[in-house]
Design a protein around this ligand. Structure first.
Ligand code: ADP
Ligand code: MG
Length: 394
């Protein structure tokens, strides 16, 4: 689960990770008032979307309008808000379709002395978090990792112990930080590592992390992803979820207990079991097709869930053919057959439907489909199914 920068910064403040004052605004008037309330001579208006690259990104059809704008008066803050709110921002992380800006963050302007990078992710190979720092702040870390990996320092830490003093000293040395800044860095890093573990983050990235004119370390940006599987432990964090930022089909599927991921191709897949879903996508690709989704209806899916799965699949305008691949173990082929008949009544199949059923109650399921008036293309095995659905999608 991702959250917005302004939400991440509220959590940071509580956790003792230094951030600047800022106010979230949803109208140009609010942005104007926010600038006045902050009371400084410089502020930054920042589009709040679940994607990075906002500083270099721009509004569709208005390349002059960037996603992060420095403003020097309330009127400028209002103008920036006007240029962003309700508009679509395109950054290297949003894809060409961009993301709509529903809120902005008006933050105190920072007197930046140095821009650094700091991020924490989970290293599955060591089963511990790993803190990464680099003197190259404000630029894409992927680029730094590829071109100048020696500029990134990685420090693994034990989640039960937290980052240790000698590691902080190592980091400061690498970044060339000493004196006041080193003290500030020690507090900052310890608080961030503690926050990462306490809130079950998957990723916490601060780019840029800055050292201001007084030598204080401040998080100027904040990107946080929480581990979905741990959210049951954090009901307060769960409330920070912004469904407007998520793929509507995926949200709808999750509400029905289905694992669904939207993809770029044109063949809809309805499969039970994540492993079978993966191999179904592989074999579709092997036959020259491209899946339009990943969908695992799970072992214990009922008719209503499977019917909803069809509704979601068929609502995708890119979907030109559907492959149903069910290996009935706990799931019964008759449940799937009922759902196919139900979905055909409720939604109608306007694209070819290839069905491969095997396993529990397969004969009954096949008979139900044969006796119905649903137009299906039957397949005898997975290879046959893939070849047929790829042909049907063309
Ligand atoms: P993104 O990563 O989405 O582009 P950032 O929050 O990193 O967004 O902002 C982009 C750039 O804007 C930063 O690298 C920094 O130079 C500048 N910036 C952001 N917030 C402030 C601030 N409060 N004061 C001064 N400059 C800022
Ligand atoms: Mg950034």
């Amino acid at each position: 689960m991702k959250i917005h920068e302004y939400q991440a910064k509220q959590l940071f403040r509580k956790a003792g990770v230094p951030v600047l004052e800022g106010i979230v605004a949803r109208t140009p008037d609010e942005a104007k008032a926010a600038f006045e309330k902050l009371g400084g001579s410089l502020a930054v208006v920042k589009a709040q979307i679940h994607a990075g690259g906002r500083g270099k990104g721009n509004i569709i059809d208005n390349p002059e309008q960037k996603g992060v704008v420095l403003v020097r008066s309330a009127a400028e803050a209002e103008a920036a808000a006007n240029g962003l709110l309700g508009k679509t921002l395109v950054t290297i992380q949003t894809g060409p379709e961009g993301q709509k800006v529903n809120q902005i963050f008006v933050e105190q302007g920072c007197d930046i002395a140095r821009e650094l990078y700091m991020g924490i992710v989970l290293d599955r190979s060591t089963a511990t978090p790993v803190l990464m720092v680099s003197s190259e702040g404000g630029v894409e870390i992927e680029k730094v990792a590829e071109e100048t990996p020696e500029l990134i320092l990685k420090e693994h830490f034990d989640p039960a112990v937290g980052i240790e003093a000698f590691q902080v000293r190592k980091i400061c040395k690498k970044l060339g930080i000493s004196g006041t800044a080193a003290k500030s860095a020690g507090k900052f890093i310890a608080a961030l590592c503690k926050f990462y573990v306490a809130t079950d983050c998957e990723m916490a990235e601060i780019n840029p992390l800055v050292i201001d004119a007084e030598g204080g370390m401040v998080a100027l940006d904040a990107k946080i992803t929480f581990d979905d599987n741990a959210m049951f432990r954090h009901p307060d964090l769960k409330e920070l979820r912004d469904l407007d930022e998520e793929d509507p089909a995926e949200v709808r599927a999750a509400n029905s207990g289905l694992s669904y991921v939207t993809l770029d191709g044109n063949i809809g897949c309805l499969v039970n079991g994540a492993g079978l879903a993966m191999s179904t996508m592989d074999i579709i690709k092997y036959h020259g097709g491209e899946p339009s989704n990943f969908l695992d209806v799970g072992g214990g899916a009922n008719t209503e869930q499977v019917t909803e799965a069809f509704r979601i699949l068929l609502a995708d305008p890119n979907c030109k053919a559907v492959l149903v691949n069910i290996f009935g173990g706990i799931a019964r082929c008759t449940t799937i057959a009922t759902a196919i008949i139900e979905a055909s009544k409720q939604v109608g199949f306007n694209v070819p439907l290839v069905v491969r059923l095997e396993g529990t109650e397969v004969e009954e399921g096949r008979k139900m489909l044969a006796d119905s008036d649903v137009d299906i293309i039957s397949a005898v095995d997975l290879t046959d199914a893939a070849a047929k659905v790829v042909a049907a999608s063309k």
